[in-house]
Design a protein around this ligand. Structure first.
Ligand code: TXA
Ligand code: MG
Length: 374
């Protein structure tokens, strides 16, 4: 016999909440960890349960949800898996990859609220053992978007979920920090050529290596009118997403930011800076004090002064390091932490765009930013 598993009581509690909410007329979803970000889950086969997700998040109901399964046999109850996905699945599942499948036509297997009226649904098998154990205990696929309030950065710690959804959901399963830190890559292999709909934890260069995916194209747009000779994008001109309360200004080309100049006449009190490799720290290693240190980065607080020594602003300095995986891991937490510490504006040093997880980092940053500089 294999060793008897010891199941933490919180896991059974969460599974019970998910199961009973299906039966009652009023239900709240349960937040659970995955390796990408925390998800807000409900029984994907129950309309009542899935509606509870949209209510708790304040999410527009025309944005479809991803269906999470614990294993392939659970997925096979919903759909047969087209050949194009076979190698992709064996390479990247469990993991941060979501594939589009045809919505089952026989019977009402998936609540219509999951797919928001589309003929396809997104499916993913998360790598987090806690997530898979939960789904297995419930015995049903779980529909789950990221567990943030709509428009906020996705949660990578249980406390982020609490910040956004306290009083709106019954239970948060705390599994510690999410390892990847950005959401799954969403791909559509039902069309020709296949398409990446959202960059994420699995890089497009890795997907290209797989049989049938060499010609995969990018079906998302995030590169805006950035570049020399172009005006910076006007603030407030876009659908808000992944945004902290503070205004985010993204620098794409590692060009140093002159914070003093940026603040001229602005009357801003607290300035957040997120560095990813080339920018010099604005608060020296020896001056300033550590405001918080958790989850792989420290926030160092200091003063920005003019030549006469007059304080221009308080600076909250975060260094996410050079490794792009580390940047992905800490990005949402850094945005949230600077918000929590009261930053009015956040200057972010972008990473060099690439066909790996850097594409996901830049995609989220471009969406969070109200201004993009070359
Ligand atoms: O890593 C993740 O994917 C996380 C964790 C919790 O699994 N979930 C997540 O869900 O990011 P959400 O709802 O925040 O993002 C789902 C994305 C959206 O961009 C949605 O439009 C897209 O997947 N999506 C879902 N179903 C789709 C479909 N049938 N066709 C096109 N896009 C779809
Ligand atoms: Mg989301």
């Amino acid at each position: 016999l294999p060793p008897t598993p010891l199941i933490p009581p919180s896991l059974t509690l969460a599974a019970t909440a998910l199961t009973t909410s299906t039966a009652s007329s009023f239900s709240t979803p349960v937040a659970f960890p995955t390796e990408t970000v925390y998800g807000l889950g409900a029984d994907a086969t129950s309309s009542t349960a899935v509606k509870g997700i949209y209510t708790a998040k304040g999410r527009p109901s025309d944005n479809p949800l991803i269906v999470h399964v614990s294993d392939l046999s659970m997925l096979s109850t919903l759909s047969t898996i087209p050949e194009i996905y076979h190698e992709l699945i064996s390479k990247f599942w469990p993991g941060p990859l979501t594939i589009l499948l045809p919505v089952p036509t026989s019977g009402q297997l998936l609540a219509p609220e999951v797919t928001a009226g589309l003929t396809t649904f997104g499916a993913r098998m998360p790598d987090s053992p806690l997530a898979r154990a939960l789904i297995q205990l419930v015995g049903k696929p779980l529909a789950a978007p990221s567990a943030n309030a709509s428009t906020r950065p996705s949660p990578t710690k249980a406390v982020h979920v609490l910040e956004d959804l306290e009083g709106k959901i019954e239970l948060i399963l705390d599994g510690g920090d999410c390892a990847v830190g950005v959401e799954s890559t969403v791909v559509d292999g039902l069309c020709d050529p296949p398409v990446v709909l959202r960059p994420g934890g699995v890089g497009i260069e890795e997907i290209r290596q797989v049989k049938g995916w060499k010609g995969v194209v990018k079906g998302y747009k995030d590169r805006s009118e950035v570049g020399e000779g172009h005006k910076p994008r006007a603030p407030g001109m876009k659908y808000k997403h992944y945004s902290p309360r503070a205004r985010v200004v993204l620098f794409e080309g590692h060009k140093p930011v002159n914070v003093g100049k940026e603040l001229e006449g602005g009357g801003l009190k607290k300035v957040g800076v997120i560095r990813t490799g080339e920018w010099e720290g604005l608060v020296g290693e020896t001056e300033g004090r550590i405001e918080s240190e958790e989850g792989g980065f420290a926030v160092r607080q200091g003063s920005l002064r003019d030549e006469e020594g007059k304080e221009l602003a308080t600076v909250l300095d975060v260094d996410l390091g050079r490794d792009v995986k580390g940047v992905a891991h800490g990005l949402f937490a850094a945005l949230r932490e600077l918000d929590r510490l009261g930053a009015d504006i956040i200057f972010v040093e972008g990473v060099s765009d690439g066909d790996d997880i850097a594409a996901a980092v830049m995609n989220r940053l471009r969406k969070a930013a109200s201004e993009i500089r070359p």
